[in-house]
Ligand binder design. Structure first.
Ligand code: TYD
Length: 210
C-alpha cells in the first residue's frame, strides 16, 4: 500500500483531535497501518519545543520568533517521524501542520512572504495529500475550548484574531482546492466523521493496493 498524508486544520475547539482519532480508528479497522500524530510536537525534540511554545513564556516571543520555533519543531517531526512513516506505507494523520503557522502566525502579523519561505524550507516535498479544514465560527470554538479548560496562550486570543485565523484557513482551502476540503464543524461529531470519511475515501487511494 502506498502511504498517504492527511492533516487536520482549523481554529481552537473545532474538534480536530477527535476527528483525527476517529479517522485513524476507521482506517485501522479496514486494515491500514496508521501513524497518528500532532503539531506542535510528534517527535521528542518537537515535544520539547511544544512545551516551550505553549507555556506562559511562549507568549513573550514575537509572532515571527514563534513561527521559527513552530517551523523548527515541524522540521524535526517531518524528518524523524512523518517522512519515514510515509515511506513505510503508513497513512499519516497529523492534527495541525504547516497551515496552522500560516493562519495563526499570519493572523498575528507575520508577512505571507516570510511564512511562505519558511513553509517551503521546512515542508519540502512532504506536502499533505489531503487537508481537512474544520470550519466553525470563532465564538463556538471559543466556548468549546473554555469548557475543556487548560487553554494555552493561543487559545486566549480575542474574537477578532480568531476570526482572522478562520478566514486564513478558508483562504488556504480556496487557494488549494485539490489538497483541502472544508467541513462544517458545527455539525454533530458523527456527521462530521462520516463526511470526512467520504472525502478521504473519494480523494485518496486508501484501500487499494499501490
Ligand atoms: P493544539 O495542541 O492543536 O491545541 P488545540 O487542541 O487547542 O487546538 O495546538 C496548540 C496551539 O498552538 C493552538 O492554539 C494553535 C497553535 N499553533 C500555532 O500557533 N502555530 C502552529 O504552527 C501550530 C502547529 C500550532
Amino acid at each position: 500500500m502506498k502511504g498517504a498524508f492527511v492533516t487536520f486544520e482549523g481554529g481552537d475547539g473545532a474538534g480536530k483531535s477527535t476527528q483525527a482519532r476517529r479517522l485513524a480508528v476507521t482506517l485501522r479497522a479496514k486494515g491500514r497501518t496508521v501513524t497518528l500524530t500532532r503539531e506542535p510536537g510528534g517527535s521528542p525534540w518537537a515535544e520539547r519545543l511544544r512545551a516551550a511554545l505553549l507555556s506562559e513564556h511562549g507568549a513573550e516571543l514575537s509572532p515571527a520568533e514563534q513561527a521559527l520555533l513552530f517551523a523548527a519543531a515541524r522540521a524535526d517531526h517531518v524528518d524523524t517521524l512523518i517522512a519515514p512513516a510515509l515511506a513505510a506505507g503508513h497513512v499519516v494523520i497529523c492534527d495541525r501542520f504547516a497551515d496552522s503557522t500560516e493562519a495563526y502566525q499570519g493572523a498575528a502579523g507575520v508577512s505571507a512572504a516570510r511564512l511562505a519561505t519558511l513553509g517551503a524550507l521546512v515542508v519540502g516535498d512532504t506536502v499533505p495529500d489531503l487537508t481537512i479544514v474544520l470550519d466553525c465560527p470563532a465564538d463556538i470554538g471559543h466556548v468549546r475550548t473554555a469548557r475543556r479548560g487548560g487553554a494555552d496562550p493561543f487559545d486566549r486570543a480575542e474574537t477578532q484574531i480568531r476570526e482572522r485565523r478562520r478566514q486564513a484557513f478558508l483562504a488556504i482551502a480556496a487557494r488549494e482546492p485539490g489538497r483541502c476540503a472544508v467541513v462544517d464543524a458545527t455539525q454533530p461529531a458523527d456527521i462530521v466523521a462520516d463526511r470526512i470519511w467520504r472525502i478521504a475515501s473519494e480523494r485518496l487511494a486508501l484501500l487499494q493496493a499501490a
